[in-house]
Design a protein around this ligand. Sequence first.
Ligand code: GLA
Length: 475
Amino acid sequence: MGSGKNNWNAFGCHVSEDLLLTTAERVVGLGLRDLGYQYVVLDDCWQDVNGRDQNGRLQPEPSKFPRGLNFLSDYLHSLGLKYGMYSSAGEMTCARFEGSLDHEAEDAQSFASWGIDLLKYDSCYHMGRIGTPQISFNRFKAMSDALVDTGRPILLNLCNWGEDYVHTWGMSIANSWRVTGDIYDSFTRPDDLCGCDTSISDPFCIAPGTHCSVLFILNKVAAFADRSIPGGWSDLDMLEVGQGGMTDEEYKAHFALWAAMKSPLFLGNDLRDMTASAFSIINNPAILALNQDPHGRSITRVRREVDGVAKDEWGIGETHVWSGYLQNGDEVVILLNAGAADMEMKATLAEIFVSFGPGGSAPHVKSDWSVHDLWAHRMPHKTAAAIVDAISDDERAAIYKNANWYNSTETPYAEGLRNGDPRLFGEKIGVIEAGGTLKAEVKSHAARVFRLRRIQKPGELFKEKRHDRMAKDEL
Ligand code: GLA
């Protein structure tokens, strides 16, 4: 799935040609395009307040987009970016503009004629066509088919907030599917507006809602994180990094978990006014390489503990251990402390590699592993501040180059990983011996993110027994 920038979290309905153009220039100027943030997505509220034109076609609001949408897409494409737009599988969009339900063929033609590369497709005002997986599937499939019929390759990003078990059918017709109601800028704070509890089969769930915290989203997706496959990904919703409601450690944890879960990474903050600390989170190539790992499978949760973990002011406190296989045989491990106190966290190799065999039977447990901290080489604050504050793009590009930062346009992540590019592997901080335990200090509301690398013993032939459905060679 692509990554990029979406205006919704920071700007809501305040969209305009000027916002999109300046955002696009900033994506390029800050070097974000060359880290893989390629899509600039125009969310809701772009439509004409007067609805469709006399031929029944969608049209943009002329006061917001005076030069039309082709002007916008041509400009984005000329910058080497891709262009995304938004509609709803409903009579209206969530902000009550014209929706695409029962207009799929003509709207898909319009989108293709505007040169879009991605459609975010929402689920508001669905006219009651919801309630079983089959009904929702058919409603969304109509647009999926219509987009294919245009002949233009367009990614389809479903946004039905986890309803009707979308994690069981989304991959059949779309490139990603949202798993919860809308994210908001808090790490753990519970909010009744985030309607459904974390059980995927909550029969009393009326609406997934909005105001879902990072922790809520993690708990919701944990049961089906493994549904993500290359070409079809769970979408944990747009990023809140840089919006101001979380601490630096919370934003680091949010970003790393989204990346390792292979969620599309859509920046939600205002790029024209970004702090250096937000910038040095979203530009960490060692974390982005997790998201772009060619194996293309999500981390899964191997342990969650609630009892005995210090609680915050809302009574929330828990820890998680997540792990997952990477293409080159490395293993990513994330220790999340969503408790109210700093603590030492532990995970045995048997737990970390449980998906390769239960009870410590995985052959991996018999190896020694080096431990690499993937935040160790975070861009220094001074460098990040100099880039963010630079007057010109040229000045920015020069600082970037001198900082020896990663450029995935020049060297795709798959190539960098294959070649062992040190910028993608963090810093080695220790070794876990065979049968041993990973131990790390984890601050309150923070995560430690490690890449474990197997230490080959002389003359050893390591045979992996994997029950993972998709072998890496099949990709
Ligand atoms: C829904 C979606 C959001 C955003 C808004 C726009 O709430 O979940 O991501 O697109 O609609 O109205």
